[in-house]
Design a binder for this molecule. Structure first.
Ligand code: DX5
Ligand code: ZN
Length: 222
């Protein structure tokens, strides 16, 4: 089943709970939590406190995307009863295997993310131990950027490797995804779709979420 993970980076933080309730009513599966430190990426977003303010307000699991240096220092902070995935960037982790096992020890699923300029080859040797690979389809740091097409090829390659080796990791794509390009994202083999501005910056968040899900369901039935 293909899942939708709206990114709260583009939500209205003065009414975060309400925005999140709308995507939940629309049928979204996960809440994507973008954490930026102003070092690994040229922007600062929010930390675990903001994420934890949603505890008890939503049943959706958290999909935590750590765009931070030294992510190993903060893994425990992001482990909550709602946390499903904690994803770290390949570019920040020389000892990626160790961090993956640390994440798993908390009880969360572990993801590894690759930037647009990072080859999928860099994560091949950890595919047997991660629960997810997050392919960035924009340069991380900001919402509302244009989709980078080369991400699709990476998903195709990873989907092929996954199938060939009977692996179970999920393929997630993040950045610049909207109602017009979601079809090709699904066709690439992507199983978890992140969308920020194309959901939260629209007039009717619940209705937009439903439109994403309609396309996802139609594509899956084909
Ligand atoms: C970018 C973040 C994304 C971002 C996506 O650094 O990782 O999750 O919120 O936003 P859109 O969908 O607007 O590109
Ligand atoms: Zn993200």
């Amino acid at each position: 089943m293909i899942k939708l993970a709206p990114s709260i980076l583009s939500a209205d933080f003065s009414k975060l709970g309400e925005d999140v309730a709308e995507v939940e009513k629309g049928g979204a599966h996960l809440i994507h939590v973008d954490v930026m430190d102003g070092h690994f990426v040229p922007n600062i977003s929010y930390g675990a406190t903001v994420m934890k303010s949603l505890l008890g307000k939503t049943k959706m699991p958290f999909d935590v995307h750590l765009m931070i240096e030294e992510p190993q220092k903060y893994i425990d902070d992001f482990m909550t009863e709602n946390t499903e995935y904690i994803t770290v960037h390949q570019e920040t982790c020389p000892g990626i295997r160790e961090i993956i096992s640390r994440i798993k020890k908390t009880g969360a699923k572990a993801g590894v993310s690759i930037n647009p300029e990072t080859s999928e080859d860099t994560v091949m040797d950890v595919l047997d131990s991660v629960d997810m690979v997050l392919i960035m389809s924009v340069h991380p740091g900001f919402g509302g950027q244009v989709f980078i097409e080369s991400a699709l090829k990476k998903a195709e390659v990873l989907a092929e490797v996954k199938k060939k080796n009977g692996l179970s990791f999920k393929i997630e794509m993040d950045g610049g995804i909207n109602l017009l390009n979601i079809k090709k994202v699904i066709e690439s083999g992507t199983e978890i779709i992140v969308a920020g501005s194309s959901i939260f910056k629209t007039e009717n968040i619940e209705e937009t979420t439903k439109r994403f899900l309609d396309i996802m369901n139609n594509e899956e039935q084909r």
